[in-house]
Design a binder for this molecule. Structure first.
Ligand code: TIU
Length: 221
């Protein structure tokens, strides 16, 4: 069954069986106080707007039987997969690996690394742990998608201009068509969110397509 979703810069045609919803880094470390996002000086409440739209597209994708994949940004407890250039960039005492209210900052297995309860994965949904901003770098994501014949990605999560954008750029170069779900993404910088979305759809969709959770849920119904 082929379906079409109204999108910018043009309608997005897809087949649910060959499409996946990828929810990027909806983790406590980015969305709740005391984690990596706040350690960088950000107001984490700015990301809350993406939660309900993520819930809506998760429900629609699950009901349609689409593949759902979650990602988490984080590092091994020994930091062996963390580039020193990334670790050293934070403020001393609040860097990756330092102790915080939700455990060690951006470390796998710590409470802050968890996906927020409202968007918890369900059985059968792969969770990709990634050391970088992009979900393809040093992860199993690409073979996972190829093995299932996926050719289109619906992308949600945080932050729009960092991990969402990096992942969409990586996916685009690998031949996947990406539909970014505008209201299911968010940034600590509203102007970056708007500009990042505009950059995706500009130039005839140089990186992909942009739509919203309402239109996507309607198309999957
Ligand atoms: N997941 C993700 O976007 N990681 C970041 O570090 N984002 C920031 O905006 N800092």
């Amino acid at each position: 069954m082929a379906a079409v979703i109204p999108a910018d810069p043009a309608p997005f045609a897809f087949t649910p069986a060959r499409s996946a919803l990828v929810v990027i880094d909806m983790q406590r470390d980015f969305l709740e106080p005391g984690g990596f996002g706040e350690s960088l000086g950000n107001d984490v409440s700015l990301l809350a707007s993406a939660i309900a739209p993520c819930q809506a597209v998760l429900a629609a994708a699950r009901a349609a039987g689409m593949l759902v994949i979650h990602t988490r940004e984080g590092h091994r407890p020994d930091l062996s997969d963390a580039p020193p250039a990334k670790v050293e960039r934070g403020p001393p005492g609040m860097r990756i690996g330092d102790p915080g209210p939700m455990g060690r900052i951006l470390i796998r297995g710590e409470p802050g690394h968890d996906i927020i309860t409202a968007l918890a994965p369900i059985a059968g949904e792969p969770v990709i742990d990634k050391p970088g901003k992009g979900a393809f770098y040093a992860t199993e994501l690409e073979p996972m998608l190829r093995h299932r014949g996926i050719e289109a990605l619906f992308v949600a999560g945080v932050t729009t201009e960092v991990c969402v954008h990096t992942t969409v750029r990586e996916a685009n170069d690998r031949g996947f068509r990406c539909l970014v779900i505008a209201d299911a993404c968010a940034s600590y910088f509203p102007q970056f969110h708007a500009t990042a979305l505009a950059m995706i759809a500009a130039q005839g969709g140089i990186f992909g397509w942009v739509s919203d959770s309402t239109r996507i849920a309607a198309a999957l119904n």
